[in-house]
Design a protein around this ligand. Structure first.
Ligand SMILES: NC(=O)c1ccc[n+]([C@@H]2O[C@H](COP(=O)([O-])OP(=O)(O)OC[C@H]3O[C@@H](n4cnc5c(N)ncnc54)[C@H](OP(=O)(O)O)[C@@H]3O)[C@@H](O)[C@H]2O)c1
Length: 264
């Protein structure tokens, strides 16, 4: 497994679980998120497992701050693995006759995509000798395959992450750089029991813990998978759902909708 790793959104949830799962002697971690106290606690647990740990409390949307943190970390021995995991979700739970909450929709797209772009840009802009074999991992969602009305901005951002990874993968494949190798992986989890999922008012089928999700992701990365989708059972249901007539799909989903109250 990679030895020098940058993880965004590492203050809790999946990012924290990934950091702790990777922490061991010989591994150096740079942990990024906004809440310093949470980051410090995650860092402490990783240090106890023998890892060398750096953390920086910052908003990952601020690309100069992210670039600065990644450059400082890379100057100590480079970067092998970047995990763009930071993300937010907001539900459309109070529909109005003006349609979705347009400001929230824009903010969700902007927030999630800017977090991803800032980290990828920081890593891929490093001097080549600091990233001779860089593996970039983007944490998207199964929601990208079945965009739902209760979280339009989130679903659009997650689907855009798929396109972004595919486009960057193609970009680097078409422009071979003799002294460096860049590999991309996309992670599409179903429900993971974190702060993000806990507010979802409907059922969360096949939900796993953050630790189980982290293990599943790391197994996929070790096996060299470029797309890591789990749980398989939910992915299969989504695959079937995509092929159903929309009225039937909506009838099936109705009891688990996040909307509160009725449409005006
Ligand atoms: N939980 C699920 O069911 C689920 C399912 C599919 C995909 N995912 C994806 O998995 C990833 C991790 O989510 P999670 O479930 O672990 O959620 P979470 O517990 O809410 O954690 C989100 C992390 O992102 C960080 N973050 C958000 N915005 C940030 C910003 N602007 N700058 C820096 N850090 C920021 C948060 O830290 P601070 O608040 O400290 O900044 C936190 O560490 C997300 O990309 C999410 O879309 C989750």
């Amino acid at each position: 497994m990679a030895q020098r790793v940058v993880i965004s959104g590492a203050s809790r949830g999946l990012g924290a679980a990934l950091a702790e799962a990777m922490a061991e002697p010989g591994v150096a971690l740079l942990l990024l998120a906004r809440h310093g106290e949470n980051l410090r606690q995650v860092a402490e647990r990783c240090v106890q497992k023998g890892a060398e740990v750096y953390w920086r409390a910052l908003d990952v949307r601020h690309r100069e701050a992210v670039a600065d943190a990644v450059e400082a970390f890379a100057s100590r021995g480079g970067v092998h693995l970047l995990i763009a995991n930071a993300g937010v979700v907001a539900l459309e739970d109070t529909p109005t006759d003006l349609g979705p909450d347009w400001e929230q929709l824009r903010e969700q797209i902007d927030h999630n995509l800017t977090c991803t772009l800032s980290l990828l840009q920081a890593g891929l802009s490093l001097p080549m000798d600091q990233r001779p074999h860089l593996h970039c991992v983007v944490v998207s969602s199964l929601n990208a395959f079945l965009p739902l009305g209760e979280a339009p901005g989130y679903c659009v951002a997650k689907a855009a992450q798929h396109a972004l990874v595919a486009a960057l993968d193609d970009f680097y494949a078409c422009r071979p750089e003799p002294r460096t190798e860049v590999v991309f992986s996309l992670v599409c989890p179903g429900f993971v029991a974190t702060a993000m999922a806990i507010d979802y008012p409907g059922p969360r089928p096949f939900e796993c813990s953050a630790q189980q999700a982290a293990q599943r992701i790391l197994r996929g990365l070790r096996a060299g998978h470029k797309v890591i989708v789990f749980p398989r059972r939910l992915a299969l249901l989504l695959w079937i759902g995509q092929r159903l007539p929309k009225p039937i799909l909506r009838w099936i989903l109705a009891p688990s909708r996040a909307y509160r109250g009725s449409w005006p």
